[in-house]
Design a protein around this ligand. Structure first.
Ligand SMILES: O=C(O)CCC(=O)C(=O)O
Ligand SMILES: [Fe+2]
Length: 308
């Protein structure tokens, strides 16, 4: 099977066991699936994509104010790079724009003034994705036989919410580079929107790279490392990457839900038993991030350092 599951959320309000099963199976097998009928209006998704494409195509001088190598900046444009065996650094074929998002709290004053609709469009999208994430945390908890609010509670209060918009310009020789090197997301949940009609995202499945086809109106749900740790390995953190193409620019937008620095993350007690001893030791998220930064420029394997 070289496609990833597409899960219809239309039965969510009715509370469907089949839906819970479909979600938990996708989380256990691959850690990635697409959702349709997710409640986020399609015109908001299209508007946010069009706005990002416009942003990335603004004149250099307008975007230059956001360029920085200081990772602690809240709002920044940067490029990923990878250290090769000879320690030479190569840049990935992409540019990434990062900033906070929040479903209710004011964050938009931090966002770009151009294109002029950026702030409003993004705020609307953020509200919608906030609601969807809560729904997904609920389904994922139920899929493990836990209380509906269990995972969200364990990820903790004052979550760190930030987005990464990735821009991949057309590349004359896509076989020589990557848009984004293979990685696991490090947070607790990722909701990704990809530009319609342009492929690029791939997930590692049974030893192969499988293309995640953009499905009009769908959102891609990616399980990150904290989800694998919290569920003691029941749910998988998906290994994925982005490739480039010769002809069309591509944009993707990932909204991340992460614990705050002080939150303690470790396997949920109800999932531990004599037959299922803990696979990870508990840590503060800050510790996880320190390890993440230590591995900068490499194929990061962060959760592995917390394995028991
Ligand atoms: O461009 C994509 O589809 C993947 C982006 C991604 O994996 C990320 O930003 O973490
Ligand atoms: Fe990712």
């Amino acid at each position: 099977m070289d496609s990833i599951p597409i899960i219809d959320l239309k039965d969510y309000v009715k509370g469907s066991d089949l839906l819970v099963q479909n979600v938990s199976r996708a989380c256990e097998e691959l850690g990635m699936f697409q959702v349709i009928n997710h409640g986020v209006p399609q015109d908001i998704c299209q508007k946010v994509m069009a706005t990002l494409l416009e942003f990335f195509q603004l004149p250099y001088e307008e975007r230059a104010q956001f360029f920085t190598e200081d990772q602690s900046e809240q709002v920044k444009i940067f490029s990923y790079s990878l250290k090769l065996d000879d320690q030479k650094k190569v840049a990935m074929w992409s540019e990434t724009f990062s900033h906070p998002w929040h479903p209710t709290q004011g964050f938009t004053h931090l966002l770009p003034k151009y294109p002029p609709q950026y702030r409003d469009v993004f705020a609307e999208y953020a509200r919608e994705i906030g609601a969807l994430m809560s729904m997904l945390f609920g389904l994922m908890s139920q899929g493990l036989g836990l209380e509906k609010d269990c995972i969200e509670k364990r990820v903790g209060d004052r979550p760190n919410l930030y987005s990464l918009a990735n821009y991949y310009p057309p590349c004359p020789q896509p076989e020589l580079t990557l848009g984004l090197n293979e990685h696991n997301d490090i947070t607790a949940l990722t909701v990704l929107l990809q530009l319609d009609g342009v492929t690029g995202l791939q997930v590692y499945k049974d030893g192969n790279w499988v293309t995640v086809e953009p499905v009009p109106g769908a959102l891609v749900i990616i399980l990150p490392d904290q989800m694998q740790v919290l569920t003691n390995g029941r749910y998988k953190s998906a290994v994925h990457r982005a490739v480039t193409n010769k002809w069309l620019p591509r944009v993707s937008l990932a909204l991340f839900y992460a614990p705050n620095d002080e939150t303690v993350i470790g396997p949920i007690e109800n999932l531990i038993s004599e037959d299922h001893p803990p696979n990870y030791r508990s840590y503060r998220y800050k510790e996880f991030m320190e390890e993440f930064h230590r591995q900068v420029g490499q194929r990061r394997r962060v959760k592995e350092t917390f394995e028991i």
